[in-house]
Design a protein around this ligand. Structure first.
Ligand code: FES
Length: 545
């Protein structure tokens, strides 16, 4: 078996029973903000796209590149489709010209002419754009798990299938946090450093759990070529930058005693069937990664080649004819009316300022309030709000012109906005902005309802550092990770014993189950031997168990 890196989360896996292409992405994504790093635009994509199977893990634009799929991937390929709650991914792939689909039940192994395939579909409203997935496959000799940026919590299914020979995992950031937050620089640096550390630590937990033999860091980091975003590239020696590159991670992994990491450049071939899994690079990695200066020079060259693509996009963004308040009132109004759990979780207003800065002329700012209590969109009139976003007027006009139903998978991932909030992170804010269609909103509302109704009856006990037992629900209130595997308890001076779920690093104060990382999401817990108090569902808002 051979694995060829094709940039970001894309690989071509040649097996004894067919060739699989995953997540091919080349064109700039999210308002021209993200590019694959290193550059993969000069690969022979017609060759790499001539495959038996195509797997697109989810609809995020750095995994689903419609233009590229249309032009360069063989339509004879059978699509390995995750079992998502909506048909959006299948519809989008059909629009690209694909007609052959296999859709296994999530977590089931299917046999395809000698190739065994299992797709785990993650379906909470916070996974990807309503769904993310991982691909496990075996040709009888070698097992591969392409986890990319999915965070499966059910590892048992993989373990039962045996240790994986090749493990492809995300290790770098793919989010706007903390860069866009209007916080003191020092606070942002501390948050960024913690995030960077946690991204790396999480991979180790998975590697150990899965018994991975060779590890391939994939699915990031992106690079930023627009001068406005240039500072996000990890070329300044800043330990709080959330976008460390593959070589930084592999160095860290080696320091942790793991020598099984392998670098995939676009075009690198890894021979899994050879002793030690040697890799053959298309060029010397040092020409990109030798130092921050080398990397910066590489990015400048890439910028000179590829910025015209962003300039062409930029010319299409402003739509002066659009009445933003009117359009959003008409669009969001019915969604606000139908929202129960999301509205209760936000329980207030979001101020959204569309600024007329930069290139879109002197048309003035537009300041609106999305009111989840009054269930309406109206002009902002000085109300106190906990959540605020600021972005360019042209971007919002483009979102309206395209009727973009997922602002996370467009505006927010672009990092072309600023955010502030009072109080903790509130996941429901972002769930709302990714559910701007009837279908998605109904799905999210139904999901929260079901989660509340089926709050885990199962309990586990974890000991704190003094040896006292704490009984708690087995499943993490965030995204259901098994806390017997991902939970740790440590004493803290401020909150006493605190549970940390290593899956995403969220924390809970065990004395009362309060979530310290987000609004809502409280934990059912009590000292072992005492009855657990009523759970988080009592707070009246959405609670995922
Ligand atoms: S599943 Fe996200 S913090 Fe536990």
């Amino acid at each position: 078996m051979r694995i060829t890196g094709l940039g970001h989360a894309s690989v071509r896996i040649e097996t004894a029973h067919g060739t699989v292409l995953t997540d091919p992405w080349v064109n700039p994504a999210y308002f021209g903000s993200w590019f694959p790093f290193p550059d993969n635009s000069q690969l022979d994509w017609d060759h790499y796209g001539d495959v038996d199977y195509l797997f697109v893990s989810h609809l995020h634009r750095d995994h689903f590149d419609a233009e590229h799929l249309r032009r360069h991937v063989s339509k004879r390929a059978t699509v390995l489709l995750p079992e998502f709650p909506t048909s959006e991914l299948e519809d989008a792939l059909r629009e690209c010209g694909f007609t052959s689909f296999v859709k296994p039940a999530s977590g089931d192994v299917v046999h395809l002419d000698g190739l065994d395939v299992m797709i785990q579909a993650l379906t909470s409203p916070t996974d990807g754009p309503i769904g993310d997935s991982s691909l496990w496959l075996s040709d009888g000799s070698y097992r591969v798990l392409n986890q990319n940026d999915a965070r499966p919590s059910e590892l048992e299914a993989f373990r039962e299938l045996g240790p994986v020979d090749a493990y492809l995992i995300q290790f770098s950031g793919a989010i706007w946090f903390p860069m866009v937050y209007e916080l003191p620089e020092r606070a942002k640096q501390a948050m960024g450093a913690t995030k960077r550390e946690r991204q790396f630590d999480r991979t180790l937990r998975y590697i150990d759990e899965l018994g991975a033999r060779f590890v391939f860091p994939t699915a990031g980091p992106p690079c930023f070529l627009d001068e406005e975003l240039w500072g996000f590239n990890d070329i300044f020696g800043d330990e709080s930058n959330i976008f460390p590159d593959q070589t930084v991670y592999l160095h860290w992994l080696a320091e942790k005693g793991h020598d099984e990491g392998r670098l995939l450049l676009p075009g690198t071939v890894a021979a899994l069937d050879q002793p030690g899994c040697p890799v053959e690079h298309p060029y010397d990695p040092a020409t990109v990664f030798a130092s921050n200066d080398t990397k910066a020079a590489y990015l400048r060259q890439m910028q000179a080649r590829r910025m015209p693509e962003v300039d062409a996009l930029r010319a299409t963004w402003a739509h002066p004819e659009i009445d933003i308040p009117g359009a959003l009132a008409q669009w969001f109004g019915p969604l606000l009316e139908e929202s129960t759990h999301i509205a209760a979780g936000i329980d207030g207003g979001i101020r959204f300022t569309c600024e007329d800065t930069g290139y879109d002329g002197a048309r003035g700012d537009i300041d609106i309030l999305i009111d989840f209590v009054g269930r309406e969109v109206r002009s902002y009139a000085g109300e106190k709000v906990r959540y605020r976003f600021r972005t360019r007027r042209a971007y919002v006009e483009q979102l309206i012109a395209e009727h973009e139903i997922d602002w996370v998978n467009s505006l927010f991932l672009s990092c072309r906005f600023a955010a502030s909030r009072v109080g903790p992170y509130n996941e429901f804010v972002y769930v709302f902005f990714k559910c701007l269609s009837e279908e998605r909103l109904q799905y999210a509302e139904g999901w929260f309802t079901e989660q509340n109704a089926t709050e885990a009856a199962e309990s586990i006990t974890l000991n704190d550092s003094s040896g006292h037992g704490w009984e708690m629900q087995r499943r993490c209130p965030h995204l259901k990770a098994d806390l017997s595997r991902f939970g740790t308890v440590a004493d803290t001076p401020k909150n006493g014993p605190v549970l940390t779920c290593q899956m995403h690093g969220w924390k809970w104060r065990l004395s009362d189950g309060k979530c310290l990382s987000s609004v809502g999401h409280d934990l059912r817990c009590a000292p072992a031997g005492e009855p657990a108090p009523a759970s988080s569902g009592d707070f009246g808002g959405p609670v995922a168990t």
